[in-house]
Design a binder for this molecule. Structure first.
Ligand code: PMP
Length: 456
């Protein structure tokens, strides 16, 4: 492993204050009440760390938004972007460009089964939008089924497919979108008591949903292979294979969304490999180039690609397959192979993060459940382990969210930048962090959980 994350922060509070003032004056932030936020001014980042202008350094246990799978400022990827900028900084999508061809080849080589054609987008939501359009055009059917407790993006179709409680009045026009419950034993929608029962009931529920909606009206079923933002819920053995079988039986396109779980995060190139399942369409983004330049895409099966052999695909994006983004992807994939980063993620999960987080759960009554694999973990925080009452209600704000806010503040005070969502904290560091860095993160979580414990 390349040793990184060692740069000393250079305190420069004056510049920090200026950056912050301009931000507050002109930047409109995502997912926020603009008057109620105080964004940290970031001075730099390297490896698994970033730092502010006041000299505070943070271990990034969020990987940005779960995308810097190889960490920040990997020198080879930065150099590849610089080199590409000097050679050919941009070129329109209708042309064959060496670096775009190479990125598509490297991605297709790693995606499961016959997902060998790559449609490039600028991010995850656009990938989901296009996967849905492909499925509708391929089948000639209107509806799409997606799961509650999912996240598929914040554009029109993607936010409608999203099944988490952050959908607002603006997002109710969900033509053709039907939600169903996917398995999640800890908070089972099916009152199941073990994984086999949860799996069987979830599949029966999906079969019923298909029957009631009418199989001939359903273009696609979309699932995150391992739901991420909604709480990192690894599906029980047999579930995804069961969904694959239902899709085959009814001519429904099976879309797996690996925007978050793909490119090493779970300890495999794609999470679908854990379950031996090949979807018809697979969406990716984030880890494909660790977000150094925006890039996403859809990997397409031979059968669906054939639909658009003689009939045009009526969709495209100005920056599809942008050369800088593709150069970053080629370099990232090469670095991941050379430095065995996928294997490292698996090892981190098995040897360090999994055991370490389970050990924390033994000592902290606020930890209801530890879930995850690879470099992809969540702690489900509760008021009461018996009843599993979440530490804060869904979408809690203000006073109601105070316990999670206090927990997050304690993490930051201990030099850890957490990924906190509703009643959960996720441990999703770069996939190539060292054992020592992972243990530093676990120690900071340990200290912060004592704050959460006060609310049990
Ligand atoms: N799908 C999944 C599974 C995601 O996790 C995300 C982003 N968190 C998206 C889609 C949307 O990606 P983007 O924010 O790049 O549009």
């Amino acid at each position: 492993l390349t040793p990184r994350g060692t740069s000393a922060p250079q305190p420069d509070p004056e510049t920090g204050a200026a950056v912050k003032a301009a931000d507050r004056a002109h930047v409109f932030h995502s997912w926020a009440a603009q008057g109620q936020i105080d964004p940290l001014a970031v001075a730099g980042a390297e490896g698994a760390y970033f730092w502010d202008y006041d000299g505070n350094r943070y271990l990034d246990f969020a990987s940005g938004l779960v995308y810097t799978n190889i960490g920040y400022q990997h020198p080879e990827v930065v150099a590849a972007i610089q080199e590409q900028a000097g050679k050919l900084a941009t070129f329109a999508p209708a042309f064959a460009v060496d670096v775009r061809s190479e990125a598509a080849r490297l991605i297709a080589e790693r995606t499961p089964g016959d997902l060998d054609k790559i449609f490039f987008t600028n991010g995850g939501a656009e990938a989901v939008e296009n996967a849905i359009r492909m499925a509708r055009l391929h089948t000639g059917r209107p509806k799409v089924l997606s799961a509650y407790r999912s996240y598929h993006g914040a554009t029109s179709a993607a936010i409608n497919l999203t099944g988490d409680p952050r959908r607002w009045a603006s997002d109710t026009a969900s033509a053709g979108v039907v939600h169903f419950w996917a398995p999640f034993l800890y908070r089972s929608p099916f009152y199941a008591t073990d994984e086999a029962e949860e799996c069987a009931r979830a599949l029966a529920h999906l079969e019923d949903t298909i029957a009631f909606e009418g199989p001939g009206t359903i273009a696609a079923i979309i699932l995150e292979t391992v739901p991420g933002t909604a709480g990192i819920m690894t599906p029980p053995p047999g579930y995804l294979a069961g969904v694959r079988e239902l899709c085959d039986r009814h001519g429904i396109v099976f879309v797996l969304d690996e925007v978050m779980a793909g490119f090493g995060r779970t300890g495999r190139w794609f999470a679908a490999e854990h379950f031996g399942v090949v979807p018809d369409l697979l969406t990716f983004a984030k880890g494909v180039n660790s977000g150094y330049v925006p890039l996403g895409g859809v990997a397409i099966s031979a059968e669906i690609a054939a639909t658009f052999d003689t009939r045009p695909y009526p969709g495209g994006l100005t920056y599809s397959g942008h050369p800088l983004a593709c150069a970053a992807a080629v370099a990232t994939i090469e670095v991941m192979a050379e430095e065995r980063i996928v294997e490292r993620a698996a090892e981190l999960g098995e040897r360090v993060l999994g055991p370490g987080l389970r050990e924390l759960a033994e000592r902290h009554p606020s930890v209801g459940e530890v879930r995850g694999l690879g470099a992809f973990w969540a702690l489900d925080l509760v008021r009461n382990r018996e009843t599993r009452e979440p530490l804060v209600p869904y979408n809690a704000s203000g006073e109601a969210n105070a316990p999670m806010a206090a927990f997050a503040a304690a993490c930051k005070k201990n030099g850890l930048w957490p990924f906190v969502n509703m009643n959960r904290t996720h441990a999703v560091p770069a996939c190539n962090i060292s054992d020592a860095e992972a243990k530093e993160g676990l120690a900071a979580l340990d200290a912060a959980l004592t704050v959460a414990d006060e609310h049990t």
